[in-house]
Write a protein that binds this ligand. Sequence first.
Ligand code: AMP
Length: 554
Amino acid sequence: MSTFESLGLSQSITEAVSAIGFESPTAIQEQAIPRLLSGEEDFVGLAQTGTGKTAAFGLPLLHRTDVALPFVQSLVLAPTRELCLQICRELESFSKNQTKLKILPVYGGADIRRQIKALEQGVQVLVATPGRLRDLMRRGKVDYTHLQQVVLDEADEMLNMGFKEEIDEILEAVPEQRRTWLFSATMPPDVRRISQDYMDNPFELSVGTQNSGNVDISHQYVVLRPAERYEALRRFLDMEPDLFGLVFCRTRRETAEVAEQLTRDGYKADAIHGDLNQAQRDRVMQGFRDRRLRILVATDVAARGIDVDNITHVFHFNIPDDLNFYTHRSGRTGRAGNKGISLVLAHPKDRHLLRKLEKVSKITFEAVEIPSGPAIFEQRLMRFFDKISEASPNPELMDYLPEIAAKFEGLSREELLLRVASATMPKKMQAYAKSKPIGQKPRADKAFLKPNESRRVFVNIGQMDINGKGELLAYLCEKGGINGADVGKIDLQKKHAFVQVEVQAAASLINKLDGQTYDGRTLRVNDGGPQPGQSNKKRRSFPKRKKGKKKFAK
Ligand code: AMP
């Protein structure tokens, strides 16, 4: 394994990096840094957030900066204010031994005059959102004479957000002989076009497979009714007291509602969405970063640029409208070698979307169970007693012990423990002990992502025997031990019926009903063969009869 020193970085930078606690370079750093340090070529890095890409471009960029020259030498473009600030924070920590180095973030929504003033005082590294930078350029406030490298970070996000024109204008204005380093999680045609139009035969590096989910993320889903979503979310939060997570919703309203409900239920949660002003957003983000908040509920747009370490779970309160957002959402966890869970609360109708996501993002979803109430209760109870058994006795309490002990005279150990737990366990937790399961069971759900396989079943009950399809369905469910949801098309004819039934349920139906009596006669329930017009292998394996030839005539 290589070290930061062996990649060719200066001593002041490697010292700063080791002071932060980075022990060895990540895959993208190992491969990109030596190229970007000395090479003159353009560079495309296909990497998601969490791979260490900021340091992959940030360290060579700082290494190449001449601190004695008070002009813009590096420009970093990023989609959001949050990401700009995040990049600046990282660059500042890498360059803490390079005194005299000036890094300036410029972004919309802040006082432009102040940014102009700061620019005039001399800056070597400018980190900007495309809109604000174009504004500053149009006012003639940015001097690119000494520009050496332009970095486009999260290029796909910038284009998703509609910064195409701004990026074109900026890349046309910068000197032709600068280097361009582009980083993107995905490579849609718009990003490809930028690399073709503005980059010179770039070296391409892909960390992991393009579009593939990070291997440190486990992709999971549960299937439930929309009305069960909030309760399911709560159960996951209650089952894992150390969970530190993001919850994605589709609309601002839903985002605010979920956060409010969580707060009402006693969770440290807040929301981030487009209705907040900058100061409010900053306050919420700081709270999340400082871990004063445990859950942040966000819309896709507002969450862009959120870059917080050690997020254990990303919940998709619903599947994103744009499936590309899934990668960006889930990429907020499983960062820097940590494991993370990305969990979709899926509606039964979402099956085809999950399947599509598996294909597009080259990931595999695993069906999981929503924690049961009794399981949460038991887990909490055990944690509570673990904590008690591990607590070190406070000597100052010893004096009170005789009086306390007197209160419990004659009580058995078990009774005492029972009373302690009952008095201290929150009501919410006690309610779990008796609560019912929610969502679909993963066992029945195993085939959820596969197209439903069904079988056609013959039943010798027809219109002459029963009053319509509804009655037949009710009878089959009641006596055949199956569920209405397992049954598809019913073809009710005069003396018999064909019923399309999910494979396992069909077996149960045949087992339970064939040979029983119905209305005084024997029931025949068996394989109904393929649907008319559909072939099956068994059939095809019989020798085909030629039409018109009476094979058995003689
Ligand atoms: P990024 O992909 O640049 O957003 O980085 C993701 C996280 O990984 C950030 O919190 C970085 O501080 C951290 N990180 C980057 N490089 C390393 C490294 N070599 N060792 C440990 N952590 C790192």
